[in-house]
Design a protein around this ligand. Structure first.
Ligand code: PEP
Ligand code: MG
Length: 957
């Protein structure tokens, strides 16, 4: 096997790599090679590949064999190109050593500048530049960066020493008053000499050896430091938050130093080829005169606007403007550039795809299509799910990162994105009461239960100490588009005292906190939030999305309000209406269902059910109306009955009184209903096998509502869904009964109504026997919350406790993502494929969808497209995300079909079928509003209970 090439050189117009080699050379490296190739002024250097980083960690942080030799060879070449030698005491070559992963991770990894300076070479640099102060300043920066980055000395140690010099010497020498700041530039040569001595002393004290005077040793240390920064906590966390998986590591770029701090004709800048906030097609950036790059990044000094550079140095500015044009044309995307001007000469130091705000992402993509730079398909691929989230949800104003850092409190699991700020309350009742008085509150709970929904609805955001992404809090909040952080295990909540603690920090009821649901970060205090307005470009781009996708997108909605909201967001029907949610909407309803549950005999059960019938009928009417002309899948009751009854004495006594039975009887019934493992117990269709009268009532409500609405001219397409089946026989019993009840009502009503009867596939056995089940079922909907739970044998409610370890690449790293959030395509996915194939083998036109939480996860949606589902169903606020992912699936499929040898699977719809200027006719209103329906009444309706709250076993109920 030929030896792997570890190092790639660039310089003097020649580059061994190019812009396509991002994976291997990292974004920065690939950019430097490409810019060199297309003739831009780039300082010379070389890139050590990301593969080396991978090997470095695999071999216990050792350099792979041959690397040292290769680096030496490329260093020689760099010395030849620049005409300088590393460490030369007369005129040293100085280099920067920078990280650069294939995906940009701003500020997450390390950089070391001015490497090659030693006690001897610093004097060479001083002599050569005729500026000893400059040389000393470069040296002190290097010692500090090397000491902190490569050797792990706290940066504060160096800062303290610098402050001391400034306070004791510079201030006195210049007579700067105590209330005025001493600038770094005020420090003179002697003081810098003194400072360097202090820095070297700090180094010796910590590392127990002198600061290295051998440049090769410095270089090796710096390369190691960059590799190590790949696994630093902040970098690992960033990758986790950004869901960056499968990246080998960071590349290391060793580049000749150019200096922006050589006086007034020098400087350094950062710019974007378009405005990264608004997306407007203007040149945007900052320039700092007489400064090194780190000064810009650190925000120590205030830069000037890029446009002002035109006045200071029109030649350089014009050159930059030309480069901007050239690079945008070349890369066909907005670029983020770093440059340095050394005594009037421009050098490009970085060029990478620029990070942008969600609004800018839409605007840039659409503008670039209009400018003919990219196709509509490319525009669609450039939008991320988080861009859509950013369009709808408020966000924390991140313009002052230092403030954010100071306010950081703790991190939990990012369940629902967006941001919320408010006063801490610890129970749902307070949340409602405080909110009613006009307070903004954050509900902080160990966990939530359906009893809390009123308070959850009233709160700006929800924070829980336990639970995962499919926990009750997460599912409910997601449905409302409400910021939610769950599983924040470091929260020590004391309800009695009305406080929570994170380590030493104590937050009291009424104190402000701010949640960032996108990262899971919790902050102290009331941070500023910004609310982006959906740009026109959003509507334009989503119209292209709808034109191209083949997968339909429905929604999971249980109320007419949610159904309407989802329709505005582009839902094409309801994929899951969880009927049990309706039982909690008022005191009367909860009482009726409880009466039904504690009933001894059929007659009294029927009597209680009769009370529920009008409520359900009315709800279904509202939903059918909201979804006029679109299919509505209604699932029959699913959770185990014990979840509906009170478990505390107070609640049980109240129930006994309300229903007119003895307290003992209620207790006895609750005990009877107790199950050791209710998730695998008497739930789903099993309830209807035991109590067919529940099915009768629900089917009656559905079909009566359908008939009533049909009579009013509404087009109703009901799909009755039977949950949790394991067998065709079981389904047949319930299907027959469903049809008997439904057909009798239809016959009596005198109208024509067609409806479908289908099932959920959420038990592995159902997927295995899908061909038998499809002889009865007219449609399948994969309930992947339960299917994941039962296939993996992991509790969907408890897995939050240990799953993070399974996903953490520093720990087990078994999963790339939480399987309850992003479908386990290997395992659960195999069952889904099999289920679809088997089902369609007996019923070729079998309609298939998904209604687990995965229907709103982009990677899972793409999988659903590939396996030939008809639709996905997601919570209302994720509908646009599912639409986008469905379109991206088509574009990706078309691209991969074009690759030789990849033309497998079903034929892709032609991507070019996107119509040029058509915009969607459906409403695209911002999803800021949350439902204002009777959620608040639910909290008071459901008495407090002991033990596992409703929903903690089956949180989506
Ligand atoms: C599922 O199991 O995927 C599902 C949609 O049903 P629920 O979440 O209500 O159990
Ligand atoms: Mg289920």
């Amino acid at each position: 096997m030929p030896k792997k090439k570890f190092v790639y050189s660039f310089g003097a117009g020649v580059a061994e790599g190019d812009g396509t080699m991002k994976e291997l050379l990292g974004g920065k490296g690939a950019g430097l090679h490409e810019m060199t190739k297309i003739g831009l002024p780039v300082p010379a250097g070389f890139t050590i590949t990301t593969e080396v980083c991978d090997l470095f960690f695999k071999s216990g942080k050792k350099w792979p064999e041959g690397l040292e030799k290769e680096v030496q060879k490329h260093l020689k070449q760099l010395e030849k190109t620049t005409g300088k030698t590393l460490g030369d005491p007369r005129d040293p070559l100085l280099v920067s050593v920078r990280s650069g992963a294939p995906v940009s991770m701003p500020g997450m990894m390390e950089t070391i500048l001015n490497l090659g300076l030693t006690d001897a070479s610093v004097e060479g640099l001083a002599a050569k530049t005729g500026n000893r102060r400059f040389a000393l300043d470069a040296y002190r920066r290097f010692i500090m960066m090397y000491g902190s980055t490569a050797m792990g000395i706290e940066r504060e140690e160096f800062d303290k020493a610098f402050d001391e010099i400034k306070a004791k010497r510079t201030r006195a020498r210049l007579g700067i008053p105590a209330d005025q700041k001493v600038n770094d530039t005020d420090v003179n040569e002697e003081e810098l000499d003194e400072l360097i001595k202090m820095f070297k002393k700090i180094y010796r004290e910590h590392i127990k050896v002198d600061f290295p005077q051998d440049p090769w040793e410095q270089l090796k240390g710096a390369i190691d430091a960059v590799f190590n920064s790949w696994m630093a906590d902040k970098a690992v966390t960033y990758r986790k938050v950004e869901k960056l998986v499968g990246i080998k590591g960071t590349a290391v770029n060793v580049v000749q130093m150019v200096f922006g701090n050589k006086g007034e004709t020098s400087g350094t800048g950062v710019c974007f080829t378009r405005d990264p906030n608004s997306g407007e097609n203007v040149f945007y950036g900052d320039y700092l005169v007489n400064a090194q790059g780190e000064d810009v990044v650190a925000g120590i000094r205030t830069p000037i606007r890029l446009a002002e550079l035109d006045k200071r140095d029109p030649k350089v500015y014009k050159q930059l403007v030309d480069i901007r044009r050239k690079l945008e044309k070349h890369y066909r995307d907005m670029q983020d550039l770093e440059f340095t001007v050394e005594e009037g000469k421009l050098y490009m130091l970085q060029c990478r795809t620029g990070k942008r705000s969600p609004i800018a992402a839409f605007r840039i993509a659409v503008d670039m299509v209009k400018e003919g730079l990219i196709s509509k398909e490319e525009a669609i691929l450039r939008i991320k799910a988080s861009d859509i989230e950013g369009i709808f949800y408020p966000m924390i104003d991140k313009s002052k990162p230092e403030e954010l850092k100071k306010a950081f409190l703790v991190q939990g699991i990012d369940a629902v994105p967006g941001a919320a700020t408010g006063k801490v309350v610890f129970n749902a009742k307070d949340a409602e009461e405080w909110a009613a008085k006009g307070e903004k509150v954050i509900l902080v709970r160990k966990e939530t239960s359906p009893e809390d929904v009123g308070g959850m609805h009233a709160a700006q955001g929800i924070l829980t100490a336990t639970g995962g992404k499919t926990s009750h809090a997460a599912v409910v909040a997601r449905g409302w588009g409400k910021t939610c952080i769950v599983g924040c295990e470091k929260l020590d909540i004391d309800y009695e005292k009305g406080i929570f603690a994170v380590g030493e920090t104590v937050i009291k009821e009424g104190d402000y906190i701010t949640l960032d649901g996108g990262t899971g970060n919790v902050y102290k205090g009331q941070l500023k939030l910004v609310k982006p307005e959906p740009p026109k470009a959003y509507t334009t781009l989503m119209s292209w999305v709808d034109k191209i996708r083949t997968l339909k997108v429905r929604t999971n909605a249980d109320t007419p309000y949610d159904a309407e909201k989802a329709r505005q967001l582009g839902a094409e029907g309801i994929g899951l209406c969880r009927t049990e949610h309706m039982f909690f909407d008022s005191e009367e309803r909860i009482l009726a269902i409880r009466e039904m549950i504690i009933a001894d005999d059929l007659e009294s059960r029927k009597k209680a059910l009769a009370k529920l019938l009008p409520f359900q009928t009315k709800d279904f009417e509202g939903i059918f109306k909201a979804m006029d002309g679109l299919p509505v899948t209604i699932r029959l009751i699913d959770p185990p009955l014990h979840e509906f009854v009170p478990h505390d004495e107070e609640g049980q006594r109240a129930l006994a009184k309300a229903v007119g039975v003895s307290f003992e009887k209620v207790v006895q019934r609750v005990e009877q209903l107790h199950e050791a493992n209710p998730m695998l117990g008497h739930r789903g269709c099993r309830l209807a096998i035991t109590y067919p009268e529940i099915l009768d009532m629900q089917v009656t409500a559905i079909i009566t509502a359908a008939c009533n609405m049909t009579k009013k001219g509404i087009k109703v397409l009901p799909e009755i869904m039977i949950p949790l089946v394991i067998d065709d026989k079981e389904l047949k019993i319930l299907e027959t009964r469903t049809r008997e009840v439904a057909d009798a009502i239809i016959a009596k009503s005198g109208i024509k109504l067609s409806y479908m009867v289908g099932t959920m596939i959420e038990v592995p056995r159902a997927a295995l026997l899908a061909d038998r089940i499809a002889t009865v079922a007219e449609f399948f909907s994969f309930g992947t919350n339960d299917l994941t739970q039962m296939t993996l044998g992991l509790s969907r409610d408890d897995a939050g406790k240990f799953l993070p370890d399974y996903v953490d690449e520093k720990k087990a790293g078994v999963f790339k993502a939480d399987p309850f959030q992003s479908l386990d395509q290997d395992g659960v996915g195999m069952l889904i494929r099999m289920g679809i194939e088997k089902g369609r083998s007996v019923r070729p036109k079998l309609k298939v969808g998904i209604c687990g939480e995965h229907g709103g996860d982009p990677a899972s949606v793409k999988f659903c497209h590939r396996v030939g589902m008809n639709y996905v169903s997601s919570s209302p606020f994720r509908v646009p995300i599912s639409r986008l992912a469905a379109a991206q699936a088509v574009v990706e499929e078309t691209a991969s079909a074009k690759k030789p040898g990849k033309n497998r699977g079903r034929p892709a719809k032609k991507a070019s079928a996107v119509a040029p200027k058509k915009t969607s006719t459906r409403g695209r209103k911002p999803a800021s509003a949350v439902r204002a329906v009777s959620a608040s009444s639910a909290a008071s309706a459901a008495p407090k209970r002991r033990g596992r709250p409703l929903g903690s076993k089956n949180k989506n109920k």
